[in-house]
Design a protein around this ligand. Structure first.
Ligand code: FCB
Length: 452
């Protein structure tokens, strides 16, 4: 364990301030299970998991953490950590099985119990509308590549915002549109498993458009929740100072960060990326960019690592000399501070939340104890980087650990453990890892400090 682990310096601890929002995060498909119960419709991830070879351990989301049936106990677990907020997602096919038309009352009732259970425990609900589990029925009609999906999403967003009016403090439209577009539709390693760059870029455009249209509609409806979007962002470093490596890194930054940040905050796509895409650039109708560029109450940033890119492609993290997580992602806390300061410099930012940050490690549970010192170290160093960003003037307002529970890590199945709470999938036993105990004590200290 490094000497950075504990404690953070008094100046770092004080940087967060009394109103800073501390939380933990999950998503519906990764924890709920009960994938065919109480009228839930199929999502593209159910379909994808059923295709041989797509998920590393051949698993699916049918049981996951069985959270659907263990809601009350899991809410108590969250409350026990002393967090201010819980970030979760609504499974669109659970509440509107076909993605349009009829709503599913038992599905809504589950989220009523979730939201009301959080409020009863003094925890603020942070809701995400789309954490990747598009109703399969909509994929059959073209998925996010079809412009009609935009309006189905807006109707879904309005229904949910109205249903939870006055109860959820925050609504994010999409989680990581880059992942949905690129991993889902260009490389095809995620659902729906399409490999077509033109489709991917049309998907990216429709996700952004649906975000803007949903925000506009929710504001017309008088929605009082804070509204925003969650992006996966990272600093992209060039493999060398050679012009071809610098150009490759610049393009990679364009596709990951500027492709999303520029339209959201400046109302235009980056011209270098448009040029690079050529015929694969999306069809953008007049007025689309004005719709995408809606004022936002917050930007959610998910941060895990940086990327190093050269003309030959992505440089393997293992060659960079820093420790890696179990995902083989480089541990690079300074990148979080660097990223946040760059966003602050380049864009007119609203409140920023780190909506995900965390790490997978090959944890072992022995006698009811998980000594995940590497995760404690990871979290502490990223909190330090967050504090540095605040001290540099970044309007950072909250931080959520990914994840509350070990869960279904998409194409990696159950092989990668991101939780601060260990899940024994055979028994569904939850065990607080040392990182959960550390986070709980840390939050206790922060709350004491604010009360003083
Ligand atoms: C993010 C996802 C989240 C989780 C983490 C590890 O890309 O939003 O669901 O899988 O990565």
């Amino acid at each position: 364990m490094s000497d950075h682990t504990l404690p953070l310096s008094p100046a770092h601890l004080a940087a967060f301030g009394p109103d800073f929002v501390w939380g933990v995060a999950t998503s519906a498909f990764q924890i709920e299970g009960a994938s065919t119960e109480d009228g839930r419709g199929a999502s593209i991830w159910d379909t994808f998991c059923a295709q041989p070879g797509k998920i590393a351990d051949g698993s699916d989301g049918s049981v996951a953490c069985d959270h659907y049936h263990r809601l009350e106990a899991d809410l108590d677990l969250i409350a026990g950590l002393g967090v201010d907020a819980y970030r979760f997602s609504v499974a669109w096919p659970r509440v509107q099985p076909l993605g349009s038309g009829d709503w599913n009352p038992p599905g809504l009732a589950f989220y009523d119990r979730l939201v009301d259970g959080l409020l009863a425990r003094g925890i603020r609900p942070y809701l995400t509308l789309n954490h990747w589990d598009l109703p399969e029925a909509l994929q059959q009609q073209g998925g996010w590549a079809a412009r009609a999906t935009v309006d189905h999403f807006v109707a879904y967003a309005r229904g949910i915002a109205r249903h939870f009016a006055g109860r959820v403090v925050s609504i994010a439209t999409h989680n990581e549109p880059w992942v949905v577009a690129i991993l889902g539709n260009e490389t095809g390693i995620f659902a729906p498993g399409i490999q077509d760059r033109a489709v991917a870029m049309q998907v990216a455009h429709h996700l952004l458009l649906s975000h803007g249209k949903a925000l506009q509609a929710l504001r017309v409806d008088g929605c009082a929740a804070e509204l925003g979007i969650v992006l996966n962002l990272a600093p992209i470093h060039a493999a060398s100072e050679a012009p071809e490596d610098l150009a490759a890194a610049r393009l990679s930054d364009g596709r990951l960060l500027r492709w999303f940040m520029d339209p959201l905050f400046r109302g235009a796509y980056p011209t270098d990326v448009l040029e690079h895409l050529g015929a694969d650039a999306p069809q953008v109708l007049p007025g689309d960019l004005e719709l995408i560029c809606q004022p936002m109450d917050f930007l959610g940033v998910n941060y895990y690592s940086r990327s190093v890119v050269g003309a030959a492609g992505l440089v393997e993290a293992k060659s960079l000399g820093n420790p890696l997580t179990d995902m083989d992602w480089e541990i690079y806390p300074a990148g979080l501070d660097e990223l946040l300061q760059r966003l602050h410099r380049d864009y007119p930012l609203p409140a920023v939340y780190i909506t995900e940050n965390g790490a997978a490690f090959a944890d072992q549970c022995h006698d009811g104890r998980v000594r995940d010192t590497a995760r404690v170290d990871y979290l502490a160093r990223h909190l330090e980087a967050s504090a540095n960003a605040i001290l540099a003037g970044v309007p950072l307002r909250g931080y959520m650990v990914w994840s509350l529970l070990d869960n279904f890590e998409w194409a990696s199945g159950y092989l990668k453990r991101f939780g601060i709470v260990h899940v024994d999938y055979a028994t569904q036993q939850r065990t607080l890892k040392d990182s959960a105990l550390w986070y709980r004590d840390f939050l206790h200290g922060q709350h004491e400090r604010s009360a003083a």
